[in-house]
Design a protein around this ligand. Structure first.
Ligand code: NDP
Length: 241
């Protein structure tokens, strides 16, 4: 049995990834911060389909909680995490000229610092077991930029750069580290963005579905992706490559 941790697995893209990985046979640890009922529903959905899942709530931006809850789970169960999907993320958009320290800090800590805290916690296990998959959800905004998202672009760009360095550190141990960069995907995060107004900028002429991101994450978690590392795969309907 291989264990997969999906941060922010209670809703949106993370929910689709949790369900997809469970279908691939992984025992899925569904992380979230506050959406307990939503996370329960994801677990029930997975179990209904014959999969296995467990809830593991903690704030990914809090290093003490990461150590306590995730480290505690690994110790208590004497298990390693085989697949880590760093998916939890937030936006707090504002033009930089008006951006507060709080808007900057909360996005950097949730999207970027969490990559360090959560990945560090599971890395030793992957190295010792000589197998691992780390998959980071970044964004088109971190690749090409987006006005009003200086904080968000900075956090995603940093994770893309860190992915390349970490891939070089752990490749010899058969641990791969990659990013998936979605464009506009229909979730709560994008519910206030008009598909009607934006779709003309997208070659495939529509927003993407969470499942269309999950299938790429599923591929990167599979044996078939064993020779891909340090890479960013765009899932954006052809908007940018
Ligand atoms: P949603 O807003 O729909 O879901 C976010 C998830 O992250 C929730 O499960 C939420 O849990 C969790 N989360 C937020 N903060 C924390 C925290 N501090 N600790 C633990 N969990 C947390 O987001 P999406 O599904 O749209 O996005 C998923 C990822 O994909 C993000 O990294 C996002 O940046 C990226 N992305 C999304 C795009 C899109 O178009 N939707 C485009 C490009 C990238 P809870 O509710 O319990 O707080």
């Amino acid at each position: 049995m291989k264990y997969a941790l999906v941060t922010g697995g209670s809703r949106g893209i993370g929910k689709a990834i949790s369900c997809h990985l469970a279908q691939q046979g992984f025992y899925v640890l569904i992380n979230y911060r506050s959406a307990h009922e939503e996370a329960q529903k994801v677990k029930a959905e997975i179990e209904q389909e014959g999969g296995q899942a467990e809830l593991l709530p903690f704030d990914v931006s809090d290093p003490q909680k990461v150590e306590e809850v995730l480290g505690g789970w690994m110790k208590q169960n004497d298990k390693y995490i085989d697949v880590l999907v760093n998916n939890a993320g937030i936006t707090s958009d504002n033009l930089m000229v008006f951006m507060s320290n709080e808007e900057w800090n909360k996005v950097i800590s949730t999207n970027q610092n969490s990559f360090f805290f959560v990945t560090r916690q599971v890395l030793e296990g992957m190295i010792v077991s000589k197998w691992g998959r780390i998959i980071n959800l970044v964004s088109l905004s971190g690749q090409k930029g987006h006005p009003g998202q200086v904080n968000y672009s900075a956090s995603k760009g940093a994770v893309m750069a860190a992915t390349k360095s970490l891939a070089m550190e752990v490749g010899k141990k058969k641990v791969t580290v990659n990013c998936v960069a979605p464009g506009f995907i229909k979730t709560e995060m994008t519910e206030n963005i008009s598909e009607k107004d934006w779709k003309r900028h997208i070659p495939l002429n529509r927003f993407g579905k969470a499942e269309e991101v999950a299938s790429v994450v599923g591929f990167l978690a599979s044996e078939g992706a064993a020779y891909i590392t340090g890479e960013t795969i765009a899932v954006n309907g052809g908007m940018y490559s």
